[in-house]
Design a protein around this ligand. Structure first.
Ligand code: IPE
Ligand code: IPE
Ligand code: MG
Length: 263
């Protein structure tokens, strides 16, 4: 499996389309409330937006789509909403995996899955295995995920793997143990629903992602909204600590030949 060095180390080619888009899908409850519907109706409608986003990523050549479906803090919600969200997750897996597979989508689920019902855990495992050979798009669902949990589980696994080591650890030592070590860091982060916060999503991996916040509620987020986010991303200059002048010089010299930071 290819491991990616941090995208903050060298200047990446100015790709027109972000390779990795990570989304906090927020606003389902408010969408439902506006229509005098129960919150869960918003979650149902939100699954349709997920379908639409997968289609949009396939059509635009995005290689990694990561969706925050349930945070480690979402257990604090009323028990009936949590249970409905679990049911909905299971149902979506059962109903969608065949289509994902047909379209060359690899499904991955990251988070502390040990807290889920054994049946749901088995379904997740089977869905991942079924799509394991696909590579057109990697769709990652973050479920019972928290950025702090991710960093801590990586530290703990690293310590277990190298119990004898006494010196200091580097970022490169830790990176392979992070839950999304199989993907480059997100180029574009989107949060729908109007809040402007990270809510314990990918804390380590978002270090240099371009952030895009929109008031559009997740059930109403559609392909044109997605294109607006990508257009905003395409306006940004990703400097990773350098100056604008350094970037132009590197581009006009020979494509992007800027040396890595630690070279
Ligand atoms: C996001 O929508 C879905 C989950 C967190 C599971 P919300 O349920 O947070 O919707 P709002 O924020 O209440 O509108
Ligand atoms: C963040 O949404 C988590 C998911 C989208 C799964 P929330 O709506 O739970 O976020 P906060 O707690 O309001 O920040
Ligand atoms: Mg919310």
């Amino acid at each position: 499996m290819a491991l990616f060095t941090s995208s903050t180390r060298s200047v990446p080619a100015a790709a027109a389309v972000p390779a990795h888009v990570a989304i906090i899908m927020d606003g389902n409850g408010r969408w439902a409330r506006k229509r005098l519907l129960p919150r869960v109706a918003g979650h149902h409608r939100g699954v349709e937006t997920v379908r639409e986003m997968v289609k949009a990523c396939l059509a635009r050549g995005v290689s990694y789509l990561t969706l925050f479906a349930f945070s480690s803090e979402n257990w604090r919600r009323p028990a009936d909403e949590v249970s409905l969200l679990m049911q909905l997750f299971g149902r979506a897996l059962r109903e969608e995996v065949r289509k994902l597979d047909r379209n060359g989508v690899r499904l991955r689920v990251v988070g502390d899955l040990s807290r889920f019902e054994p049946e749901l855990q088995a379904l997740i495992e089977a869905s991942q295995q079924r799509t394991a050979a696909n590579s057109r798009l990697v769709l990652t669902i973050a479920a019972n995920y928290g950025g702090r949990w991710d960093i801590l589980q990586a530290v703990n696994r690293l310590r277990l793997a190298e119990p004898e080591k006494t010196g200091e650890w580097s970022e490169a030592d830790l990176a392979p143990y992070l839950a999304m070590s199989y993907a480059p860091e997100p180029d574009l982060f989107i949060r729908t629903g109007g809040e402007q916060r990270i809510s314990n999503f990918l804390l380590w991996q978002l270090a240099y992602s371009e952030l895009y916040f929109t008031d559009v509620l997740w059930p109403e987020f559609d392909a044109p909204s997605f294109d607006r986010a990508i257009a905003s991303y395409q306006q940004r200059e990703r400097r990773f600590g350098r100056t604008s002048e350094q970037l132009s010089a590197a581009r006009s010299a020979d494509g992007l030949s800027d040396p890595p930071l630690d070279a």
